[in-house]
Design a protein around this ligand. Sequence first.
Ligand code: ACO
Length: 277
Amino acid sequence: MSDRAQDDTVTYVVENRIAWVSFNRPEKRNCQSPRLNRRMMQVLEELEFREDVGVLVLTGEGSAWCAGMDLKEYFRENEEKGLGAVRKAQREAYGWWERLRWYEKPTIAMVNGWCFGGAYGPLFSCDLAVAAEDAQFGLSEINWGILPGGGASKVIVELTGFRNAMYHAMMGENVDGRKAAEWGLVNEAVPADRLKARVTEIAQVLLGKNAHALRGTKWAIRRVSEMTFDNSMDYLVRTQEAANFFDSEGRKEATRQFIDDKTFKPGLGAYDLSKQR
Ligand code: ACO
């Protein structure tokens, strides 16, 4: 099935405030074609501000999470058309990765299988990542004669450090989910039959937190990772002040539950959101 309709290249279902979004080209190991990239942007936009969505999970149908960029439809066919087509296809891919990087809602990559090259972009875009222990991660670019572009070199050095990044990128050897977790490419690896349950557990914890604070937190972590210490301090002061101005009810209620009611302790879990006005 090589010409799956664009709308069918990504599927999603919303259950209990979790949006389960899937790369849906299992017959092509979910590699990213221009059609898939266009559809993914539409899906992300559809879900971002929906009241019934609190967490987004990105996973893949079949044996792959995502086998990178589509060597035929993304690379070869666009290169045949010329630079304009190449740039357009890049913008479509990088566009949804960027949207996901700065998504309003918390995001989790649920890496169920193959994860190669161009998949490292969306992997990094997700705030958290959980892999099946037997998932396979690779920067296979070197194996077919290119360098890890599309952000992949940046992602690997950012998440795993210089030596691991250099080895991974130069050798073209895959690592499994366990090693990916050891390296910091994902948060943790679990047996494949526990993957969805573990991701659901994490999502449920996130759903119990103040959504404004979560958004501020995830954006802060991404921003400060590229700032000096003093710039970070300044950014964080100003961001918290802005948050206090627009959304002060949450922290007031939490402070009341801790100091006055003594019904919760911030060190041991989240305050009761249902009591917030
Ligand atoms: N681009 C285009 N087609 C692909 C890609 C891809 N990245 N990955 C898989 N396919 C296609 C195959 O050509 C094949 O198509 P066909 O049925 O029309 O022949 C189909 O998907 C199934 O692939 P198989 O290779 O038969 O599946 P298998 O399970 O044996 O192997 C594996 C899976 C290891 C993922 C293999 O498909 C593979 O090596 N894919 C390429 C991975 C890769 O290097 N991606 C590019 C990274 S670099 C970048 O993204 C910039």
